[in-house]
Design a protein around this ligand. Structure first.
Ligand SMILES: [Cu+2]
Length: 222
């Protein structure tokens, strides 16, 4: 798994880990029952008799109705809880980024404290050459997604989250960045045409001071 760079990415990772642990625990029980049956309830040599047939056994039927119900309820509870947290838009963002996905690159319009910076990209072969989205660490960031042409998907693997960019649909989300300065890959995750695989960008996480300098310089240049 990539290293997460948002508070939300840690919640996604925990949900993923928990789901796998639950699935493996279920697997161990199921595989154990299969192996137990194979080892101890084989057909005996020279025996044509059927084993005892169990039908309309209420305790067993209750068991295999209630146990899956509990399992689904537990998965549902954690999924719903985390989904509500991940899609929460009630906080006032420190930085707002308008993300426009187009065939085949990105335009990022970053707005913070009344200043804006705009970056437009072209198709590239390496994410480091793609348009760079500069964001401050430890802040609340809102992304407003839009597309003028076809469906794309805004994906920063280090967010452990992606959201489709659909023409005419107002998709938004927020993250809280962690204090992990660095440059992280971003890509389009929805096949959108011939140069889809070159629709690369990067996210640069910087300190608040560096971000202030960046946006002042960008805003001055426009
Ligand atoms: Cu795309």
């Amino acid at each position: 798994m990539p290293e997460g760079i948002t508070e939300q990415s840690e919640v996604v990772q925990d949900l993923w880990n928990g789901s796998w642990i639950a699935a493996l625990a279920t697997g161990v029980v199921v595989w154990g029952l299969i192996l137990w049956s194979v080892a101890f309830h084989r057909k005996r040599k020279n025996s044509a008799a059927l084993p005892p047939q169990v039908r309309y056994n209420l305790p067993i039927e209750m068991l295999y109705t209630i146990v899956p119900l509990i399992m689904v309820s537990v998965l549902f509870y954690f999924t719903a809880r985390d989904q509500n947290y991940l899609t929460d838009m009630s906080a006032k963002p420190d930085v707002t980024v308008k993300v426009e996905a187009f065939q085949w690159s990105w335009r990022f319009t970053t707005e913070a404290g009344g200043k804006t910076a705009e970056v437009v990209g072209v198709p590239v072969d390496n994410y480091e050459q793609g348009p760079q989205l500069v964001l401050p660490a430890g802040k609340r960031i809102q992304f407003n997604l839009s597309s003028p042409d076809v469906i794309h998907s805004f994906w920063v693997p280090a967010f452990k989250f992606k959201l489709d960019v659909i023409p005419g649909v107002d998709n938004r989300f927020q993250v809280t960045t962690l204090d992990k300065p660095g440059t992280y890959a971003g890509r389009c995750a929805e096949l959108c045409g011939v140069d889809h695989s070159r629709m690369l960008f990067n996210v640069k996480l910087v300190t608040q001071d560096e971000f202030d300098q960046y946006i002042a310089k960008q805003a001055g240049a426009q």
